[in-house]
Design a protein around this ligand. Structure first.
Ligand code: HPA
Length: 269
């Protein structure tokens, strides 16, 4: 707990107000930051005990400010298992955000579609996830101050937030999918056989993030909402090479829809 206390003490000195909502932005989805009335930015590299993000397309700073009249803290740039961090490192900032006072966590990510009805640019509200193919951040000694040894995961993404997000999409005349996110370690995109397997297992999209943050947030009793932007479709039979550039480009295009959902969701909280 000592590390957490040092980090929280440092951040409270930087920004006096208590954030109510935490936001984590996925690859190519950082433009959303512009929707936030920024009051304070702190680069990860200046925050004690914070890991530093290494991926292109990630800005690597913690942003404090107002969104839809609420005080929020947003991570521009998240940590991924494939970068070489431990699962515990990845979730360090989420625990810090909880200690700063957040009650709700909004997550976004770029993901590959495996449901054949999904198209590039679709937005999918995550209603459930499969985390077995990556590391669980709660492995190791349990920190009882954060939550129980064996946390319940029956509602990893809160139904009332999902319902609200669907209403927001309908009101703004855009379509949203709903489905299951399957987490993998990356950094390789999946083979054809792997995309097929993920679909057979009940997945609708596959990605390299989000579940560790969701698990840790659930452990601490936060309300979690998460959304994927489908940036490529892996299940096709034809020639189908996937690049990081293509993922970033598709994310950028779909970003306004995600921004609408997050803004209006925060207003409703
Ligand atoms: N697979 C895994 N992660 C991803 C993908 C994908 O196809 N697209 C974006 N993130």
């Amino acid at each position: 707990m000592k590390q957490f206390e040092e980090t929280v003490k440092f951040l409270k000195k930087q920004y006096k107000h208590k954030p109510q909502v935490g936001i984590v932005l996925g690859s190519g989805l950082g433009k959303f930051i512009e929707a936030i009335e920024v009051e304070k930015e702190v680069a990860y590299e200046n925050i004690p005990h914070f890991p530093v993000s290494t991926v292109q397309g990630h800005k690597s700073k913690l942003i404090f400010g107002k969104l839809s009249g609420k005080t929020v803290v947003a991570m521009a740039g998240r940590f991924h298992y494939y970068e070489g961090y431990t699962a515990r490192d990845i979730v360090f900032p989420v625990r810090v955000m909880k200690l700063l006072g957040i009650e709700t966590l909004l997550l976004s990510n770029a993901a590959g579609g495996v449901n054949p009805s999904f198209k590039v640019g679709d937005i999918m509200i995550i209603k459930d996830h499969i985390s077995f193919f990556t590391a669980n951040p709660l492995i190791g000694k349990n920190i009882g101050d954060f939550g129980p040894r064996f946390p319940d995961m029956s509602e990893p993404y809160k139904k009332h937030l999902i319902q609200k997000a669907k209403e927001i999409a309908a009101k703004n005349n855009f379509d949203v999918k709903e489905g299951v996110y399957v987490a993998v370690t990356g950094p390789t995109f999946e083979t054809r056989a792997e995309y097929k397997l993920i679909y057979v297992l009940g997945g609708d999209v596959v990605g390299m993030s989000t579940v560790q943050e969701s698990i840790i947030a659930n452990h601490m009793g936060l309300d979690v909402f998460a959304v994927s932007v489908v940036t490529d479709v892996g299940i096709r039979d034809e020639e189908n090479k996937i690049t990081h550039e293509e993922v970033l480009e598709a994310a950028k295009h779909a970003e306004p829809k995600l921004a609408t959902i997050f803004k209006e969701l925060v207003a409703s909280i």
